[in-house]
Ligand binder design. Structure first.
Ligand code: NAP
Length: 298
């Protein structure tokens, strides 16, 4: 059994690789990466496991899919043109007789038909490819990745979410479910909403961070213009800032999607909660001096 992992160098991909290694069920795992030379230093395993692949280069699809049985598919956050950047890959997957695609989607996808994830789920079904859709809530990892600089340097969470509530989940546990779906029976044509917390707003997330870090973290709750202004001033591209705004302010999660125990059922243990995650990862939130201020004096 040969499995191809897209996004192998990303948050979920890296965890997926280590879960597949731990399971060691005899499958051969290949990494589909844009820049093999760079990926060699980042990924475990051997050179033969790395295949050059770029969603934006159709010529890379066929060689990457050679002798592959299953695919872990994600949509890189910067890609929005599903018709041009994802559908041709699905057509190639069909021609290559791929037996199973595990796709990293989002929670509440059916209520958010404007998202690329909705369009990709539809395209996978229309292609007749056997699938498993993973639909996670927001990753805990966002707190130290995209929100991390504001928390470390300003002691604040800076997202335009008002008092809206979100489910969070550990991306490592999402990856664990992906590994299960790829290596055990019973997951074909299933959709899993994956959440690790009950719905909470960012005021409560800030309070949990303050407890875990022993310093006050506030939720700034910026207006949309202030959020956009600051992200652009920080050098973020406008499309990125706009997508973030839409995600935090306008994504709709139906009530019945907010209280799911699917993750616990699949993992056969309670998922990691917010407080436990923060306590295990305290060092990722420690204040860091701004660049250029930690060089010492002569
Ligand atoms: N963050 C959340 O809270 C959350 C929640 C639910 C769902 N999701 C979904 O999860 C997905 C992102 O997963 P992630 O966080 O694991 O990814 P990530 O950490 O953002 O990494 C993106 C991966 O995609 C690769 N990539 C980028 N452009 C590529 C291209 N043109 N061709 C081939 N590979 C390319 C990157 O490789 P390089 O090393 O080459 O850059 C990297 O491995 C998104 O679709 C997002 O909507 C996220």
């Amino acid at each position: 059994m040969n499995i191809l992992i897209t996004g192998a160098t990303g948050t979920v991909g890296k965890h997926l690789i280590s879960h597949l290694e731990q399971r060691g069920t005899g499958q051969r795992v290949f990494y589909a990466v844009r820049k093999p030379a760079l990926a060699r230093d980042q990924l475990p395993g051997r050179t033969w496991q790395i295949r050059q692949f770029d969603f934006e280069d159709e010529l890379s699809y066929r060689p990457a899919l050679q002798q592959i049985n299953k695919i872990f598919l994600l949509r890189p956050p910067k890609l929005t043109d599903v018709k041009r950047q994802i559908v041709p890959l699905l057509e190639e997957a069909k021609r290559s007789q791929i037996e199973h695609i595990v796709f990293l989607s989002i929670q509440g996808v059916n209520a958010n038909t404007w998202t690329p994830h909705f369009k990709i789920e539809q395209a996978i079904k229309e292609a007749g490819l056997p699938y498993t859709f993973l639909r996670p809530g927001f990753f805990f990892q966002n707190l130290h990745q995209e929100m991390g600089a504001d928390i470390r340097q300003r002691d604040e969470i800076f997202v335009p979410a008002q008092a809206r509530v979100f489910n969070f989940v550990d991306a490592a546990e999402v990856a664990e479910v992906a590994a299960l779906a790829l290596t055990t029976e019973g997951h074909l044509n299933q959709s899993y909403t994956l959440t690790g917390t009950s719905p909470i707003d960012y005021y409560r997330v800030a309070a949990a961070l303050s407890d875990a870090l022993d310093r006050g973290i506030r939720y700034a709750n910026p207006s949309i213009p202030y959020f956009l202004f600051r992200k652009l001033a920080q050098g973020k591209p406008l499309p990125f800032a706009l997508v973030q705004t839409v995600l935090y302010r306008y994504t709709r999660i139906p009530e019945q999607e907010r209280f799911k125990h699917t993750l616990q059922r699949l993992l056969q243990r309670p998922p990691t909660g917010l407080q436990a995650y923060l306590e295990q990862n305290r060092e990722l939130f420690e204040p860091k001096p701004p660049l250029g201020q930690n060089k010492g004096t002569d």
